[in-house]
Design a protein around this ligand. Structure first.
Ligand SMILES: C[S@@+](CC[C@H](N)C(=O)[O-])C[C@H]1O[C@@H](n2cnc3c(N)ncnc32)[C@H](O)[C@@H]1O
Length: 429
């Protein structure tokens, strides 16, 4: 397919997402099934246009004075992919599958508007009602943080030290451009790429099938590292989901001690079994029934609550969720976080640690939750983790945003990772 056909495909997918309020991945998959002649390069290019359009939807629409799929797709090519209007006109003139031309009103808006004149939430590409939360969390730096959450994400992997090491994985994935990540000790990074370029399908590699690495954002690896489980510790991953952090902790503990993996949702937990097998873990027990945890009350050295959240820290990867988020969703997540925290706290032994993590950057889900939890549960108090940072990752690496209370927030702008919140609370002896 030529560029025109790809842009037309992206416009169709964007229209489908808008009309049926469906996830991007589903809309792209359906488009691929209905257009079987499109090759993998075409589908990747269409996906890139769609994701780029959604990440910067507000600013694209403001500059075009139009939020139609056609205007958004053109804005991607003109603002992000480096095309000039003349080059597009010349390319599309000869192409019967090219999209409709921009309207005179679009052209006039795009050539006269300056983004600096747009409302600040438009400049930052975030919903207007979320702006106060960003301001509360990041102060003057909020706009930079918001803009960084509208960029393309890298592909991050974690070398599984139970079966390989970072150098070995980097070498195995040399052709994909894999490099050692900047912060996480076992992290590997493949750059995001530009324009139509596609990321490699690393899960098809033999080294993945052999369990040498996992796909895991560097931020997620860092928060798992910050748990700092000892080799002989008893740890509970209370919201284990598909097991990303369980696997990282199991490897950090060198297959010793014990990690208990639990999740209230059996369906989310199910993939963990195959992942644990592939990774060669022998120190993980999976629990899909809360009654199986009864004997663990007040026994565990560390309990991780990787809480359900709005996922604002992952907006680069799931930009459609940015525009679907509502105050009601946020309120629901806040209530679920409070439940998960108070349920999980029962398993922490005196002197043990309760670790609270979200992949959100909203203070309502983060600092306010742990402040409230500690106020309601005076046996627990926050222990600062900023001193641990240099000890674990070295002093020469980027540092996350840290509060006086001792919590930290990773972000694309500060640590070049997804957004994550981490807090360690210690239970009194
Ligand atoms: C952010 S996800 C976990 C991701 C996972 N830890 C990982 O690293 O791949 C949050 C999980 O919390 C689970 N959850 C929500 N409320 C819970 C509760 N009260 N008890 C246990 N799990 C809960 C959800 O089912 C969901 O799988």
């Amino acid at each position: 397919m030529r560029l025109g056909g790809r842009v037309t495909g992206a416009i169709e997918v964007l229209a489908d997402i808008e009309a049926r309020k469906r996830p991007v991945a589903d809309a792209l998959k359906d488009w691929g099934l209905a257009h079987r002649f499109a090759g993998s390069g075409d589908r990747a290019a269409i996906g890139n246009i769609v994701y780029d359009a959604l990440r910067m939807r507000l600013s694209h629409a403001w500059l075009m004075d139009d939020d139609s799929p056609t205007a958004l797709a053109y804005a991607v090519l003109l603002r992000q992919w480096g095309f000039s209007k003349d080059a597009l006109d010349a390319d599309f003139a000869e192409d019967k599958f090219a999209p409709p031309a921009l309207t005179d009103a679009n052209i006039s808006a795009f050539s006269s508007r300056k983004l600096d004149d747009a409302p600040l939430h438009v400049q930052g590409d975030i919903p207007d009602w979320v702006q106060p939360s960003f301001e509360a969390n990041f102060g003057d730096g909020w706009l930079k943080e918001a803009k960084a959450l509208a960029g393309r994400p890298t592909l991050d992997l974690r070398a599984n030290t139970l079966k390989a090491n970072r150098d070995k994985v980097v070498k195995a994935l040399e052709r994909s451009g894999a490099k050692a990540a900047a912060i996480a000790r076992n992290g590997i990074r493949i750059a995001a790429g530009e324009g139509a370029s596609r990321l490699p399908n690393v899960t098809a590699e033999l080294s993945f099938q052999k369990g040498w690495f996992e796909v895991q954002d560097e931020g997620s690896q860092i928060v798992a590292d910050l748990v700092q489980p000892g080799e002989h510790d008893q740890v509970l991953d209370y919201c284990a989901g598909g097991g990303g952090k369980t696997l990282a902790m199991s490897a950090a503990m060198n297959n010793k001690g014990q990690v208990h993996a639990y999740d209230a949702d059996r369906k989310r937990l199910a993939p963990i079994v195959e992942r644990l097998r592939r990774a060669g873990t022998r120190n993980v027990q999976v629990h899909d029934d809360p009654r199986q945890l009864e004997t663990l009350k007040e026994k565990l050295d560390a309990v991780l609550v990787d809480a359900p959240c709005t996922g604002t820290g992952t907006w680069r990867r799931r930009p459609d969720t940015k525009w679907r988020l509502t105050q009601k969703n946020l309120d629901e997540r806040i209530a679920q976080q409070q439940d998960a925290l108070s349920e999980a706290a029962r398993f922490v032994k005196p002197g043990g640690s309760l670790l609270y993590v979200t992949c959100s950057v909203l203070p309502e889900e983060n600092d306010r939750q742990v402040e409230r939890f500690c106020a309601d549960n005076p046996a627990f108090s926050i222990t600062p983790v900023s001193d641990d940072w240099a000890k674990i990752f070295g002093s020469g690496v980027a540092r996350p945003r840290a509060t006086d209370a001792g919590t930290i927030t990773l972000t694309p702008a500060s640590t070049d990772t997804d957004g994550f919140f981490f807090c360690r609370m210690q239970r009194k002896v």
